[in-house]
Design a protein around this ligand. Structure first.
Ligand SMILES: O=P(O)(O)OC[C@H]1O[C@H](OP(=O)(O)OP(=O)(O)O)[C@H](O)[C@@H]1O
Ligand SMILES: O=c1cc[nH]c(=O)[nH]1
Ligand SMILES: [Mg+2]
Length: 208
Protein backbone atom coordinates (compact mmCIF):
# COMPACT_ATOMS: atom_id res chain seq x y z
CA UNK A 1 0.00 0.00 0.00
CA UNK A 2 1.22 3.51 -0.76
CA UNK A 3 1.20 6.06 2.03
CA UNK A 4 2.22 9.50 0.86
CA UNK A 5 3.12 12.03 3.52
CA UNK A 6 2.92 15.30 1.64
CA UNK A 7 6.09 16.97 2.85
CA UNK A 8 5.96 20.66 2.02
CA UNK A 9 6.56 23.83 4.07
CA UNK A 10 2.98 25.03 3.47
CA UNK A 11 1.60 21.70 4.69
CA UNK A 12 3.76 21.69 7.82
CA UNK A 13 2.88 25.33 8.56
CA UNK A 14 -0.87 24.85 8.13
CA UNK A 15 -0.90 21.62 10.13
CA UNK A 16 0.78 23.52 12.95
CA UNK A 17 -2.13 25.98 12.97
CA UNK A 18 -4.64 23.12 13.25
CA UNK A 19 -2.67 21.55 16.11
CA UNK A 20 -2.96 24.70 18.23
CA UNK A 21 -5.76 24.31 20.78
CA UNK A 22 -6.38 28.07 20.50
CA UNK A 23 -7.28 27.95 16.78
CA UNK A 24 -10.92 29.01 16.52
CA UNK A 25 -13.59 27.22 14.51
CA UNK A 26 -13.61 29.57 11.51
CA UNK A 27 -9.83 29.44 11.12
CA UNK A 28 -9.77 25.68 11.63
CA UNK A 29 -12.30 25.29 8.79
CA UNK A 30 -10.38 27.60 6.47
CA UNK A 31 -7.02 25.95 7.07
CA UNK A 32 -8.44 22.40 6.84
CA UNK A 33 -9.70 23.26 3.34
CA UNK A 34 -6.35 24.81 2.43
CA UNK A 35 -4.64 21.57 3.45
CA UNK A 36 -7.20 19.60 1.43
CA UNK A 37 -6.17 21.58 -1.68
CA UNK A 38 -2.52 20.72 -1.08
CA UNK A 39 -3.21 17.01 -0.48
CA UNK A 40 -5.44 16.70 -3.56
CA UNK A 41 -2.71 18.36 -5.64
CA UNK A 42 -0.44 15.45 -4.73
CA UNK A 43 -3.17 12.80 -5.00
CA UNK A 44 -3.96 13.81 -8.59
CA UNK A 45 -0.33 13.84 -9.69
CA UNK A 46 -0.72 10.74 -11.88
CA UNK A 47 -3.88 11.85 -13.69
CA UNK A 48 -3.30 11.49 -17.42
CA UNK A 49 -3.62 14.37 -19.85
CA UNK A 50 -4.26 14.51 -23.58
CA UNK A 51 -2.67 17.03 -25.90
CA UNK A 52 -4.86 19.07 -28.20
CA UNK A 53 -4.79 22.39 -29.97
CA UNK A 54 -6.91 25.43 -29.10
CA UNK A 55 -7.20 28.87 -30.61
CA UNK A 56 -5.09 31.17 -28.46
CA UNK A 57 -4.68 34.95 -28.61
CA UNK A 58 -1.73 34.58 -31.01
CA UNK A 59 -3.07 31.65 -33.04
CA UNK A 60 -3.19 27.89 -32.49
CA UNK A 61 -1.56 26.70 -29.27
CA UNK A 62 -0.93 23.19 -27.93
CA UNK A 63 -2.54 22.57 -24.53
CA UNK A 64 -3.27 19.58 -22.32
CA UNK A 65 -6.52 18.49 -20.71
CA UNK A 66 -7.19 15.74 -18.17
CA UNK A 67 -8.38 12.76 -20.16
CA UNK A 68 -11.62 11.15 -19.16
CA UNK A 69 -11.04 10.82 -15.42
CA UNK A 70 -14.30 10.27 -13.59
CA UNK A 71 -14.10 11.13 -9.92
CA UNK A 72 -16.35 10.92 -6.91
CA UNK A 73 -15.32 12.58 -3.67
CA UNK A 74 -16.55 10.73 -0.60
CA UNK A 75 -16.73 12.87 2.54
CA UNK A 76 -17.24 10.77 5.66
CA UNK A 77 -19.76 12.59 7.83
CA UNK A 78 -19.31 14.73 9.66
CA UNK A 79 -15.69 15.74 9.73
CA UNK A 80 -14.96 14.82 6.11
CA UNK A 81 -17.19 17.70 5.01
CA UNK A 82 -14.45 19.95 6.35
CA UNK A 83 -12.18 18.92 3.46
CA UNK A 84 -14.76 18.86 0.69
CA UNK A 85 -14.75 22.47 -0.50
CA UNK A 86 -10.97 22.48 -0.87
CA UNK A 87 -11.04 19.34 -2.99
CA UNK A 88 -13.96 20.55 -5.12
CA UNK A 89 -12.06 23.80 -5.77
CA UNK A 90 -9.55 21.64 -7.66
CA UNK A 91 -11.93 19.03 -9.14
CA UNK A 92 -15.17 20.97 -9.64
CA UNK A 93 -16.72 18.32 -11.88
CA UNK A 94 -16.51 15.54 -9.28
CA UNK A 95 -19.69 13.83 -8.13
CA UNK A 96 -20.22 13.64 -4.40
CA UNK A 97 -20.89 10.36 -2.55
CA UNK A 98 -21.82 10.88 1.09
CA UNK A 99 -21.07 8.23 3.71
CA UNK A 100 -22.31 8.78 7.27
CA UNK A 101 -20.23 6.86 9.80
CA UNK A 102 -19.55 7.72 13.41
CA UNK A 103 -17.29 5.96 15.84
CA UNK A 104 -18.98 4.45 18.90
CA UNK A 105 -17.14 6.11 21.80
CA UNK A 106 -17.09 2.98 23.96
CA UNK A 107 -16.25 0.27 21.41
CA UNK A 108 -14.48 2.51 18.84
CA UNK A 109 -16.40 0.57 16.17
CA UNK A 110 -17.85 2.52 13.21
CA UNK A 111 -21.63 2.87 13.00
CA UNK A 112 -23.20 3.53 9.58
CA UNK A 113 -26.13 5.96 9.49
CA UNK A 114 -26.34 7.41 5.97
CA UNK A 115 -25.17 6.41 2.50
CA UNK A 116 -25.86 8.13 -0.82
CA UNK A 117 -23.42 7.18 -3.56
CA UNK A 118 -22.78 8.57 -7.04
CA UNK A 119 -23.85 6.45 -10.00
CA UNK A 120 -21.32 4.47 -12.05
CA UNK A 121 -18.84 3.79 -9.25
CA UNK A 122 -17.26 1.02 -11.37
CA UNK A 123 -15.79 3.71 -13.63
CA UNK A 124 -14.86 6.25 -10.99
CA UNK A 125 -11.88 7.01 -8.82
CA UNK A 126 -13.29 7.47 -5.30
CA UNK A 127 -11.42 9.97 -3.14
CA UNK A 128 -12.40 9.47 0.49
CA UNK A 129 -12.17 12.54 2.73
CA UNK A 130 -11.76 12.36 6.50
CA UNK A 131 -9.38 14.51 8.56
CA UNK A 132 -8.57 11.69 10.99
CA UNK A 133 -7.40 8.09 10.50
CA UNK A 134 -7.20 6.72 14.05
CA UNK A 135 -7.90 2.98 14.58
CA UNK A 136 -8.78 2.74 10.89
CA UNK A 137 -12.19 1.21 11.60
CA UNK A 138 -14.09 4.05 9.91
CA UNK A 139 -11.90 4.19 6.80
CA UNK A 140 -11.90 0.41 6.44
CA UNK A 141 -15.70 0.36 6.64
CA UNK A 142 -15.98 3.15 4.05
CA UNK A 143 -13.63 1.36 1.66
CA UNK A 144 -15.54 -1.91 2.14
CA UNK A 145 -18.80 -0.14 1.35
CA UNK A 146 -17.43 1.44 -1.84
CA UNK A 147 -15.96 -1.88 -2.99
CA UNK A 148 -19.28 -3.62 -2.32
CA UNK A 149 -20.85 -1.09 -4.73
CA UNK A 150 -18.35 -1.92 -7.47
CA UNK A 151 -15.72 0.75 -6.92
CA UNK A 152 -12.24 -0.45 -7.87
CA UNK A 153 -10.07 2.66 -7.63
CA UNK A 154 -10.00 4.25 -4.20
CA UNK A 155 -7.68 6.62 -2.38
CA UNK A 156 -8.02 8.48 0.88
CA UNK A 157 -7.14 12.00 2.03
CA UNK A 158 -6.54 12.22 5.78
CA UNK A 159 -4.95 15.21 7.48
CA UNK A 160 -3.49 13.17 10.34
CA UNK A 161 -2.98 9.40 10.67
CA UNK A 162 -2.10 7.12 13.55
CA UNK A 163 0.35 4.29 12.79
CA UNK A 164 -2.30 1.85 14.06
CA UNK A 165 -4.80 3.02 11.44
CA UNK A 166 -2.30 2.86 8.63
CA UNK A 167 -1.35 -0.70 9.62
CA UNK A 168 -5.01 -1.71 9.56
CA UNK A 169 -5.68 -0.28 6.10
CA UNK A 170 -2.44 -1.80 4.86
CA UNK A 171 -3.61 -5.22 6.07
CA UNK A 172 -7.26 -4.98 4.97
CA UNK A 173 -7.08 -2.80 1.84
CA UNK A 174 -3.53 -2.80 0.46
CA UNK A 175 -4.79 -1.41 -2.86
CA UNK A 176 -5.85 1.92 -1.33
CA UNK A 177 -3.36 4.80 -1.28
CA UNK A 178 -3.41 7.31 1.58
CA UNK A 179 -2.38 10.96 1.22
CA UNK A 180 -1.73 12.67 4.52
CA UNK A 181 -0.05 15.68 6.11
CA UNK A 182 1.36 13.66 9.02
CA UNK A 183 1.73 10.26 10.63
CA UNK A 184 1.57 10.94 14.36
CA UNK A 185 2.96 8.98 17.31
CA UNK A 186 0.12 6.80 18.60
CA UNK A 187 -3.43 6.47 19.86
CA UNK A 188 -4.31 7.21 23.48
CA UNK A 189 -6.48 4.96 25.65
CA UNK A 190 -9.64 6.58 24.19
CA UNK A 191 -8.58 6.05 20.59
CA UNK A 192 -7.56 9.68 20.00
CA UNK A 193 -4.47 10.49 17.99
CA UNK A 194 -1.51 11.87 19.96
CA UNK A 195 -0.54 14.65 19.36
CA UNK A 196 -3.32 14.85 16.73
CA UNK A 197 -5.87 17.64 16.43
CA UNK A 198 -8.42 16.62 19.06
CA UNK A 199 -11.93 15.83 17.84
CA UNK A 200 -11.81 17.13 14.28
CA UNK A 201 -15.60 17.05 13.84
CA UNK A 202 -16.15 19.16 16.93
CA UNK A 203 -13.44 21.60 15.85
CA UNK A 204 -14.89 21.99 12.33
CA UNK A 205 -18.52 22.24 13.42
CA UNK A 206 -17.91 24.22 16.63
CA UNK A 207 -19.67 21.63 18.79
CA UNK A 208 -17.11 21.21 21.53
O1 LIG B 1 -10.12 5.62 12.61
P1 LIG B 1 -11.24 5.59 13.58
O2 LIG B 1 -10.83 5.04 14.93
O3 LIG B 1 -12.45 4.93 13.05
O4 LIG B 1 -11.61 7.12 13.92
C1 LIG B 1 -11.68 8.10 12.97
C2 LIG B 1 -13.08 8.61 12.82
O5 LIG B 1 -13.49 9.31 14.00
C3 LIG B 1 -13.91 10.64 13.65
O6 LIG B 1 -15.26 10.70 13.38
P2 LIG B 1 -16.36 10.77 14.54
O7 LIG B 1 -16.81 9.40 14.95
O8 LIG B 1 -15.87 11.64 15.66
O9 LIG B 1 -17.60 11.43 13.83
P3 LIG B 1 -17.85 12.97 13.45
O10 LIG B 1 -17.12 13.21 12.18
O11 LIG B 1 -19.33 13.03 13.29
O12 LIG B 1 -17.35 13.83 14.58
C4 LIG B 1 -13.09 10.92 12.43
O13 LIG B 1 -13.59 12.00 11.68
C5 LIG B 1 -13.13 9.61 11.70
O14 LIG B 1 -14.29 9.44 10.90
O1 LIG C 1 -7.91 11.87 17.30
C1 LIG C 1 -9.02 11.63 16.81
C2 LIG C 1 -9.50 10.32 16.64
C3 LIG C 1 -10.72 10.14 16.09
N1 LIG C 1 -11.47 11.21 15.75
C4 LIG C 1 -11.02 12.46 15.90
O2 LIG C 1 -11.73 13.42 15.54
N2 LIG C 1 -9.82 12.66 16.43
MG1 LIG D 1 -16.01 13.52 15.91
Amino acid sequence: MAVCVVDHPLVRHKLGILRMASTATHEFRTVANELARLLIYEATKNFRTEKHTVRGWAGPVAVEAISGKKVTVVPILRAGLGLMDGVLDMIPGAKISVVGLYRNEATLEPVEYYVKLAKGLEQRLAIILDPMLATGGTLSAAIGLLKAHGCRQICSLNLVCAPEGIARIEAEHPDVAIYTAAIDERLNENGYIIPGLGDAGDRIFGTK
